[in-house]
Design a protein around this ligand. Structure first.
Ligand SMILES: Cc1cc2nc3c(=O)[nH]c(=O)nc-3n(C[C@H](O)[C@H](O)[C@H](O)COP(=O)(O)OP(=O)(O)OC[C@H]3O[C@@H](n4cnc5c(N)ncnc54)[C@H](O)[C@@H]3O)c2cc1C
Length: 427
């Protein structure tokens, strides 16, 4: 067995739900192909699947196991639209372009829902999402959002007052919210395992535990260098998202990494009033809290964040503190699992999709909204490479600013900004 470092901390509850997790080999030979994909999360595996299905020779490397990044360890919520609401996008880009971006996100959702409906893809889909309001002053904006979305042709949303929100949540902590009936949540690691199998079955060459250490120009080609062997290729997709494994210099100005942690409780009693409709929840904080019940009735609760790779001290206590603000009666429940993974955020909270150099493309920075968008971006990359350019271009043309501060000050400034937003969430 080859040694490798797990790239994210903690064993997730998702890992314990798998009946089997197929392993893929590590690279130990010299090979050649048309496209190399670096990163085996939703973006990379989906691109590999769509390219291989179209007959392109494609090789994918992951430094760890598929899904060990954000894709197999996240909150599992599909959401609707983008992380940035259409109101903001419309101001910046006008209605037509904002609507086109929204329609693409709807297609992304339909793709994942259609996968979830396939008999061999058992990824525990459950319907419904609640976006709840932690500050009274946000009520009007949420109410107006429901109306705006109708203008966009989306009728899945209804506004909930405080009582309805309390009934659905089993907690009166929030002031109101929006119920989205046309989305839901999944076990993301099960989807990753299924997608990897699908990609392999159509001919993608998949390698785990194979870290790419450099990508170098070699005449007309790129040389992708790993510790075990090199590979010559014309096209490279960096599907590395937030992980800083030697290639971050390509995107360090535009992508900031945040660690987010989730805890899983022991199964709740069968008739618990918590989320009787089994919806997933995200709240209106800048530092979002997100939670849902699992298929076996645990509460999976996320929201603790850190801005470095240090494992937070007292993680159990910090997760419990956030959870019991909403559900005080869970004070003494056992947390059986807690784990973290890294989210890639951009200044504008929209994906960063760019051809960085001729032949090298990056897709990532979904800003906590990648469960449906990341697989879709993999599909659009495949489309783009095969000559159908328009849809990918919608994302390539998005304005994504650099984080301020230059190489030296950037991390400290963003760190301070995050603490400021987290502080403001309290008022
Ligand atoms: C805790 C958490 C909760 C989240 N909750 C939600 C949610 O509820 N809903 C939602 O929509 N989104 C959520 N997200 C975001 C979502 O998970 C991501 O946007 C999405 O999974 C990104 O997928 P990806 O394939 O681009 O990246 P990842 O899944 O992060 O994959 C990147 C891969 O690149 C590999 N890699 C990096 N560098 C190298 C290298 N040099 N060589 C080889 N391999 C390399 C890594 O090993 C990793 O496997 C959450 C994220 C986190 C961390």
């Amino acid at each position: 067995m080859i040694d490798y470092n797990r790239i994210s901390p903690g064993i997730s509850w998702y890992e314990d739900t798998l009946k089997e997790r197929p392993s893929y080999p590590f690279l130990d030979e010299q090979i050649q192909c048309d496209v190399v994909i670096i990163g085996g999360g939703f973006t990379g595996l989906s691109a590999a699947y769509h390219l291989a299905k179209a007959g392109v020779s494609v090789v994918l490397f992951d430094a760890s196991r598929f899904g060990d990044g954000a894709s197999g360890r996240n909150g599992g919520q599909l959401g609707t639209g983008h992380r940035q609401w259409v109101e903001t996008l419309e101001k910046q880009y006008g209605f037509e372009r904002s609507k086109a971006l929204f329609d693409l996100a709807e297609e992304a959702k339909r793709d994942v829902l259609s996968w979830c409906a396939m008999p061999d893809c058992q990824c525990d889909f459950m319907a419904g999402q609640l976006s709840v309001i932690h500050k009274k002053r946000r009520l009007v904006a949420y109410q107006q959002h429901v109306e705006t979305m109708q203008r966009y042709g989306y009728h899945g949303l209804t506004f909930m007052d405080k009582d309805e929100t309390a009934n659905r949540l089993g907690s009166s902590f929030y002031y109101g919210g929006i119920h989205d009936a046309d989305t839901g949540h999944i076990n993301p690691l099960k989807l990753i395992v299924w997608l990897a199998k699908k990609a392999k079955n159509v001919g993608a060459q998949l390698y785990e535990k194979t870290q790419v250490t450099a990508v170098e120009r070699g005449g007309r080609y790129w040389r992708v260098i790993t510790e075990q062997g090199n590979i010559k290729t014309e096209h490279v997709l960096l599907a590395t998202n937030a992980y800083k494994l030697g290639l971050q210099r390509f995107v360090e100005k535009n992508i900031f990494s945040i660690r987010s942690y989730i805890g899983a409780t022991e199964p709740l009693p069968k008739h618990t009033p918590i989320l009787m409709g089994n919806e997933a929840v995200d709240d209106s904080r800048f530092m979002v809290r997100y939670f849902r019940k699992s298929i076996d009735n645990r509460l999976l609760f996320g929201g603790v964040e850190s801005y470095d790779n240090q494992y937070p001290i007292n993680l159990d206590e910090r997760i419990r503190r956030q959870m019991t603000e909403i559900y005080p009666h869970l004070q003494s429940i056992n947390l059986t699992h807690y784990w973290g993974a890294t989210v890639a955020i951009t200044v504008e909270r929209m994906p960063y999709v760019r051809q960085l150099l001729p032949g090298i493309t990056y897709c990532g920075g979904y800003s906590g909204h990648g469960v449906m968008l990341a697989p879709f971006m993999g599909k659009l990359y495949a489309e783009w490479l095969m000559g159908k350019r328009e849809r990918f271009a919608y994302f390539q043309d998005l304005k994504i600013s650099s984080f301020p501060g230059g190489r030296v000050l950037r991390s400290s400034l963003v760190f301070l900004a995050m603490h400021w937003f987290s502080f403001m969430d309290r008022f």
